[in-house]
Design a binder for this molecule. Structure first.
Ligand code: AMP
Length: 291
């Protein structure tokens, strides 16, 4: 059997530019931005991008400006060879994997203020995070000039902020959302799942279980308070289980509007959760309808 063809790898802006300039003017470019340590969730974004564009660029870059001091920038898994093999299987054409010095040749003078949506939930716990995210997304979109860029619903608040940036700054790119890909037992796939011990992996399952309980309450026509209670109960029961050596610290469970991330009590909503399992911070969400 022949091996699927690996994507071309470029690590500099100059090589990226040269490759993109060699494409037919008729080809449409799709972009998937990642921090690497790829899993089926990332690969699904590439598949979505292939439905919308005919030349797919995947960026692999652990972006230092979205990590605060003391977060896991140094420990973040880096496995480029394996990532290239996985990307060959889904037909990515080009991988852009620059170094931090290539992307940030000097400290930025001009930065983006992500505004009010970045102040709550993830932004409350990680105040500098979304400024760094929008900075790198803006830069890579400017370097790649894609027609479409695909982002995962897994990072729902990030997705909302990217849409706001594209709209407010008139960026000429279409943003497409892709659904969350989960493990068979429900855990949302994440590169950070690799940090979990066996006991932590088991305990981590209560995040998606809590969201499912909340979604069931929403389906049954319960109000916002009861939806949140149903989800919280799953977390409290799981963290009280005495025989587990793993620990869970809930950061938030919230029912929010998918654009502003402010609390909602009616209509379409994001039921979002974040918790630390051991030292690993995990996030997940379900889209629900509050009747
Ligand atoms: P990351 O490498 O974690 O920065 O994620 C890169 C992109 O993949 C982002 O748009 C994420 O939202 C998306 N992503 C991460 N995990 C999943 C998942 N389990 N399902 C779908 N998309 C995901």
């Amino acid at each position: 059997m022949t091996q699927p063809q690996r994507p071309q790898l470029v690590t500099t802006r100059a090589a990226l530019k040269e490759t993109l300039q060699s494409l037919s003017p008729r080809s449409t470019v799709g972009l998937v931005m990642t921090m690497g340590a790829l899993h089926a969730g990332h690969l699904s974004l590439v598949e979505t991008a292939r439905e919308k564009a005919d030349y797919i660029v995947v960026s692999i870059f652990v972006n230092p400006t979205q990590f605060a001091p003391g977060e896991d920038f140094d420990a973040y898994p880096r496995q480029l060879e394996r990532d290239l093999e996985l990307l060959a299987e889904v037909g990515a054409d080009l991988v852009f994997a620059p170094t931090p010095a290539e992307i940030y040749p000097h400290p930025a003078r001009v930065t983006l203020d992500p505004g009010p949506t970045a102040k709550v939930l993830e932004g409350a716990t990680r105040p500098s995070h979304f400024g760094g995210v929008l900075q790198i997304v803006h830069k890579v979109i400017n370097l790649v000039h894609p027609k479409v860029a695909v982002f995962g619903q897994k990072d729902a608040q990030q997705l909302a902020l990217i849409r706001q940036m594209v709209e407010d700054l008139d960026m000429p790119v279409e943003i497409v959302a892709a659904p969350i890909v989960r493990e068979a037992d429900g855990l949302a796939m994440s590169s950070r799942n690799a940090y979990l011990s066996e006991a932590e992996r088991k305990l981590a399952l209560c995040l998606s279980a809590a969201l499912q309980a909340g979604a069931q309450a929403a389906e049954a026509g319960e109000g916002a308070g009861a939806i949140l209670k149903a989800a919280e109960t799953v977390i409290f029961e799981a963290s009280a289980a005495v025989d587990s050596p793993a620990t869970l610290k809930l950061d938030y469970i919230a029912l929010v509007d998918g654009v502003t991330f402010q609390p909602v009590t009616q209509g379409p909503a994001v039921l979002a959760i974040a918790a630390k399992v051991g030292n690993t911070r995990l996030i997940d969400n379900y889209l629900v309808e509050v009747k």
